[in-house]
Design a protein around this ligand. Structure first.
Ligand SMILES: [Zn+2]
Length: 362
């Protein structure tokens, strides 16, 4: 049994969208109630568990928050559970003390009650008190639904579904290729990935394409009075542009990583010191645009699921400066040198390909 999660965009009606906002608001109110109750407990030298807080909340909710009677109580219940988890993590020193949630925070709520109340049928999901909501795609996994979180991001609604499933039913390698080979992969700014077999995957660099749109949306927002109707509208447009950029990037990463995985029997990559590279201001913008740490994470995760070994080269291994043919190390290679020319053996090769060959696991 394994857990899989899938996030699917929802296509709610206006009425459903309003109801989902109300539920998210209810979850926030319950969470904040729990934070203050827990704090009050601490002030009185009393350790309140989430069970205590839930009891306290249930006793007063219909008086204090009358509007909640039309909503699913799962939203508040799960929010208080979350506070309980946050307190546990805080006690273990894993995060700081839980803070109040603000109205402007990314809104979400957990819709299930842990016992499979949420039903999915093809492209629809049945959410408590909301009813059947259309989904943009069907659920990919079969199994028991163990958690359902509804959230709003960039003015779009999403549902994140956690499923307990038996993965032995899945075939993760639809195309079993005979010519699988060990592959070294060099990630870069100009080309997202260069493989040691010569394959290259282009980087869409969406930020560059959307730079003007982004600038215009940002300017429009800055001219509005903060918090006004028009400000909210401008903000929605801006977040729409950001969303488009993220989608294009993510799509390119998914496509490149799966194609590499299907051809590789073993994978070698570089250990990237991203935070170090980001200190280089010239590179920082281009780097965060190509966002290749996200790409490497995807690649690792997909390889891991299919049992393809993935090795990371030593952080100080000079994959770009070393000659892939004779092993000579060049001292004066700059970023603008697109080709690698070896003074020892005369090898003349594309710079990224040279690095990829060096990273290839033996
Ligand atoms: Zn050489």
């Amino acid at each position: 049994m394994q857990r899989r999660s899938q996030q699917i965009e929802l296509n709610p009606s206006n009425k459903q969208s309003t109801l989902m906002s109300k539920h998210a608001g209810y979850a926030r109110v319950a969470y904040n109630f729990a934070v203050s109750s827990f704090k009050a407990g601490l002030d009185n030298d009393e350790w309140r568990t989430y069970v205590d807080i839930k009891r306290e909340f249930n006793a007063v909710k219909y008086d204090k928050f009358q509007w909640c009677s039309e909503l699913s109580q799962n939203a508040s219940k799960n929010a208080i559970h979350n506070l309980g988890d946050a307190v546990t993590r805080w006690k273990k020193g894993q995060n700081s003390f839980p803070v109040y949630k603000k109205r402007s925070d990314r809104i979400s709520y957990q819709a299930d009650n842990g016992t499979g109340t949420v039903e999915v049928h093809k492209n629809r999901i049945n959410l408590p008190k909301i009813g059947w909501v259309r989904m943009r795609e069907a659920l990919r996994y079969k199994g028991t639904i163990s958690k359902v979180v509804v959230s709003k991001r960039n003015n779009r609604w999403f549902v994140s579904i956690l499923i307990d499933c038996d993965i032995s039913n899945f075939n993760y390698q639809p195309a079993v290729l005979d010519d699988k080979e060990p592959m070294g992969i060099d990630v870069g700014i100009n080309t997202l990935a260069t493989c040691s077999n010569g394959d290259t995957y282009a980087n869409p660099r969406p930020l560059k394409r959307f730079e003007r749109k982004l600038a215009r949306a940002n300017r429009a927002l800055s001219r509005k009075i903060k918090g006004s109707q028009n400000w909210h509208k401008a903000k929605a447009i801006l977040s729409g542009v950001h969303y488009r950029i993220a989608c294009i990037r993510e799509d390119a990463h998914h496509q490149a990583s799966i194609r590499i995985i299907r051809k590789a029997s073993a994978i070698g990559i570089e250990t990237l010191n991203i935070s170090g590279l980001l200190k280089n201001r010239k590179l920082a913008k281009a780097l965060s645009d190509s966002a290749f740490s996200g790409f490497l994470t995807l690649l690792k995760y997909k390889a891991d699921r299919r049992g393809i070994p993935i090795t990371e080269a030593d952080q100080f291994f000079a994959s770009s400066k070393t000659c892939s043919s004779c092993g000579h190390k060049k001292a004066d290679l700059t970023l603008s040198d697109r080709r690698y020319h070896c003074s020892e053996c005369g090898l003349d090769i594309d710079r990224d390909l040279n690095a990829a060959i060096n990273l290839c696991p033996v």
